[in-house]
Design a protein around this ligand. Structure first.
Ligand code: GAR
Length: 191
């Protein structure tokens, strides 16, 4: 049985592309990336979706009166596409109760730190500024909090003496692009 997946993104979409490639290469089995949903126009994730002929829908939250109205529109799109599973990949917005009521237990997120350390935006910079020697990547179920849901998997990255933002971000992305597809495959195929 093929699971229809929507990936939500707000930026570059490198994780989105890694997931799409993993589906193509059968590293993720029994999945279809049906939709890219974005909350911004003109982001590079949309260009990546074009390359693979994946439908993109953009809803701009500030064009709606409330978060509930925004999420109702998102929900409508997800229903139209019969989406069964949601993967947040650099989607910089808290999921509210309108979406959670329908999709709780079916939404996962990736975060560039070893949670519960460095929640929220700029986790890579926060780790560098703090001076920790190790950081990493976490993948977790999404609940109503910010990066608070049950952890599914994590991988550690060592911060070297001469590390800067670019070198650390590169190491973290490399791990993300492998770990996220692995976790998605495990969840969908109950491994
Ligand atoms: C990723 O590093 C992801 O872990 C992070 O945003 C980046 C998106 O990159 N997410 C968060 O910080 C969530 N709090 P991408 O657009 O190239 O996939």
């Amino acid at each position: 049985m093929v699971t229809k997946i929507a990936v939500f993104a707000s930026g570059s979409g490198s994780n989105f592309e890694a997931i799409v490639e993993a589906v193509i290469n059968k590293k993720i089995k029994n999945a279809e990336i049906t939709l890219l949903l974005t909350d911004k126009e003109n982001i590079y994730a949309i260009e990546r979706a074009k390359k693979y002929n994946i439908k993109t829908v953009t809803h701009i939250a500030k064009n709606f009166e409330t978060k509930k109205h925004y999420e109702e529109e998102v929900l409508k799109t997800l229903k139209e596409e019969k989406i069964e599973f949601i993967v947040l990949a650099g989607y910089m917005r808290l999921i509210g109760e309108t979406l959670l009521n329908v999709y709780e237990g079916k939404i996962i997120n990736i975060h560039p730190s070893i949670l519960p350390a460095f929640k929220g935006k700029d986790a890579i910079k926060m780790a560098l500024d703090y001076g920790v020697k190790y950081t990493g990547v976490s993948i977790h179920w999404v609940d109503s909090g910010m990066d608070t849901g049950k952890i599914i998997d994590q991988e550690v990255v060592k911060i070297d003496e001469n590390e800067n933002y670019e070198t650390l971000a590169k190491k973290i992305h490399k791990i993300e692009h492998k770990l996220y597809p692995d976790v998605i495959n495990r969840i969908l195929n109950k491994q």
